[in-house]
Design a protein around this ligand. Structure first.
Ligand code: G
Ligand code: G
Ligand code: MN
Ligand code: NA
Length: 254
């Protein structure tokens, strides 16, 4: 309750900030994109994890104004990097089910692109399986409308929710994100290794890109390369960092 009432003013008090985690192409080793990850710097509690406050934001629907801010800020930042001469990268933004079903998500995305001047191809929207199960027919229409704008779509936390392989075929998805739960013990757990190989295989057959999350070791990296995963994200490259750290990370890997 305390967190909810504090979160209510967090946006206007400037306590929310976006950090950015690089996404790396496994062939070239170049940074090709970022995932924007929300951080809350609470005046007394310090940094509160999104794992704690996103569920509160969703339940209270505060995620609606917060989500608009996140999208606009992520687009603004990506355009600012491009204007400063950084090679163009894709910005991935998390959308929660509440946003997908609670507002005109298409208008929200159009508006964020218009306001920032960012080209649509440099924006990717991450949705989870929970978005899809709620009202699949409606979600397909919304996803098609978003694709028509020119943004790309990825499925986050793949394999952890109510996964049905059928939606991979039915939904206009560009990319699958393999959850880090399957990457963590890749080298020791043959079941995890089999699942990761399977997801990469399905993605490739369906012509979706595939990115592995939570990559921390060179062994995980080599496994993913060997099995033709496209991209990775994880501490092996970098955790999510404040915007000002990104240009140096990009330059070091060009
Ligand atoms: O980086 P990390 O621990 O910080 O993120 C924890 C979780 O919080 C992630 O799984 C991510 O999906 C979620 N999250 C982070 N930022 C956002 C955001 O801007 N919007 C939504 N809906 N979820 C987010
Ligand atoms: O959107 P999503 O839930 O996937 O957000 C990614 C989460 O995973 C964030 O909380 C982020 O901080 C965390 N994370 C990113 N890379 C790594 C990693 O290499 N190892 C671990 N343990 N966590 C990571
Ligand atoms: Mn995500
Ligand atoms: Na995830």
């Amino acid at each position: 309750l305390r967190l909810e009432s504090d979160l209510r003013g967090a946006l206007t008090r400037g306590e929310l900030e976006l950090h950015y985690q690089p996404q790396v192409d496994l062939d070239s080793g170049e940074i090709v994109g970022f995932e924007s990850l929300l951080r809350w710097f609470h005046p007394e509690l310090g940094m509160v994890s999104p794992v704690k406050f996103i569920p509160i934001a969703e339940e209270s629907r505060l995620i609606l104004p917060i989500g608009v801010w996140v999208l606009e800020e992520a687009c603004r930042q990506n355009k600012a990097w491009q204007d400063a001469g950084m090679p163009p990268k894709v910005m991935a933004v998390n959308l929660s089910a509440v946003q997908f079903h609670g507002v005109d998500v298409v208008a929200m995305v159009k508006n964020a692109l218009d306001m920032s001047g960012l080209a649509a191809r440099y924006l990717e929207l991450e949705i989870t399986e929970s978005v899809i199960v709620e009202d699949p027919e409606r979600v397909i229409q919304l996803m098609q409308a978003l694709k028509a704008i020119g943004v790309s779509l990825s499925i986050d936390d793949f394999g952890t929710g109510y996964s049905s392989l059928s939606y991979l075929k039915r939904f206009p998805i560009d990319k699958i994100k393999i959850d880090r739960a399957f990457v963590r013990d890749l080298e020791r757990n043959s079941n995890d290794a089999a699942i990761v190989r399977m997801v990469i295989g399905i993605a490739s057959e369906l012509e979706h890109k595939v990115i592995a999350e939570g990559v921390e070791t060179v062994e995980q990296l080599e496994f993913l390369k060997r099995h033709n995963c496209n991209e990775y994200q994880g501490f092996y490259c970098s955790p999510a960092v404040p915007a000002e750290r990104i240009p140096e990370l990009v330059a070091a890997r060009q």
